[in-house]
Write a protein that binds this ligand. Structure first.
Ligand code: ADP
Ligand code: GN1
Ligand code: MG
Length: 377
């Protein structure tokens, strides 16, 4: 990030780990994964000669303003998921739902001396996340897992989950933020992004489509993941089956189509999200078809007709929305997403908008494919 803060300092992992009741001796710890939001570390404990790993995560409290509420959501969701997985009799239930390790204090998180918020998860072993999907099989598995996750949460007991980021997928609001960033142009970057800004401004009408359907009662609020990019699901190293959905910070009330749309955005792209060679960016139809099949295999039973009719559109909308967020962050000076080089957010925005163009070019074929797969399901 371009703005260092106290909570971004290099942490003493040994000391943090002591706040959790982990057996054995700390042997090592290092940064882990390629998430854009939290600070994630894998730590290894020597437990009588066996190396056991855990995930320690410092939660991004500039983005998540109410961490106790967020952790309450995660506790409710993980314990519900674990109970259902156990009831269905899987032999590796501990890998199939994310498992929180409570802090020694008894709560779900630990606060360090700088005010940082830490949580600990069991490490999901013999599985990995993928930044770039290689085969339709992986795509179908990931989509099935996210659909299954939504299905699992249909009967979550208790009050409505807290909105950890209010208006997270409110694309109209995202558009207003974008417009404000252009008007303010605090970092004098708008000139550099002139053609991306023009691209976005001509597509403003997209922003309200799903919101309007929801307002008219045609698509319902559900409990959704809201960040279903492919590196938020772990695939088994050996079988390539989806093992576990992770990154639960944004699990909250939402629209099922946002989840499907973000799968399309993150899985169908032939290039990485920040690839600068835009000739490599393309929506891959076989991956898209696999997403539709996998998702409907798990979610087809509860989605209504309007939801099923907007699968292709959702892919375009969410790709546009995330592109808009990268562009807004570029204009605002890279204050939200982690960046690793100058212009990183602008590269990401260009990439996402190239993917929007590729989707637009194939949208009627995507629509027809979704209808065909839904009929056959
Ligand atoms: P962010 O919000 O920053 O994306 P994530 O929760 O997605 O953070 O974690 C970042 C990465 O760490 C993931 O993409 C995944 O590779 C890895 N990871 C997270 N939780 C686990 C876990 N319980 N077991 C193994 N790897 C994990
Ligand atoms: C962030 O946390 P991570 O890296 O899985 C972001 C998503 C974006 C994504 C783009 C809480 O996801 O909304 O789609 O980057 N998460 C949050 O790669 O803003
Ligand atoms: Mg993540």
């Amino acid at each position: 990030m371009s703005e260092p803060s106290a909570t971004r300092s290099s942490p003493d992992l040994v000391e943090i780990a002591q706040a959790f009741p982990l057996l054995g001796r700390f042997s090592r710890g290092a940064s882990h994964g390629s998430g854009h939001i939290n600070d994630t570390f894998a730590i290894t404990f020597d437990q009588a000669g066996t190396a056991v790993r855990y995930i320690l995560q410092r939660i991004n409290d500039r983005i998540f303003k109410d961490v106790p509420a967020l952790m309450d959501n995660i506790q409710r969701v993980t314990s519900h998921a674990a109970a259902k997985v156990a009831a269905s009799g899987g032999d590796d239930a501990a890998r199939r739902a994310l498992t929180l390790v409570p802090a020694r204090s008894g709560g779900p998180f630990h606060r360090d001396g700088h005010g940082g918020w830490w949580r600990c998860y069991l490490f999901v072993e013999k599985a990995r996340t993928h930044d770039l999907i290689e085969s339709p099989r992986q795509a179908a598995e990931a989509a099935r897992a996210f659909g299954e996750f939504q299905r699992l949460l249909l009967d979550l007991p208790g009050v409505r989950l807290r909105e950890t980021i209010p208006g997270f997928h409110d694309t109209r609001r995202r558009f207003e933020d974008f417009r404000r960033a252009i008007t303010n142009d605090r970092r004098r970057r708008a000139a550099e992004a002139r053609s991306e800004i023009a691209f976005a401004l001509t597509r403003e009408a997209l922003a309200g489509v799903l919101l309007d359907l929801h307002a008219r009662g045609e698509i319902p609020e559900r409990i959704t993941h809201n960040d279903t990019k492919l590196n938020n699901v772990m695939l088994d190293d050996a079988t390539h089956e989806a093992v576990c959905v992770i990154d639960l910070d944004t699990v909250m009330p939402g629209l099922a189509l946002y989840d499907f749309g973000d799968m399309v955005r993150s899985a169908t792209n032939a290039a990485a999200e920040d690839e600068r060679d835009l000739a490599k960016v393309a929506m891959r139809m076989p991956i898209y078809e696999a997403l539709v099949s996998g998702y409907l295999a798990a979610a087809g039973g509860f989605l209504n007709a309007a939801e099923r009719a907007h699968l292709a559109f959702a892919g375009k909308l969410v790709t546009f929305e995330i592109g808009l967020r990268f562009l807004t962050d570029f204009l605002e000076g890279d204050v939200y997403f982690k960046t690793h080089r100058p212009g990183h957010n602008l590269d990401r925005a260009r990439n996402q908008f190239a993917l929007v163009r590729s989707i637009e070019a194939q949208e009627s074929a995507m629509q027809a494919a979704a209808e065909r797969i839904a009929r056959a399901a």
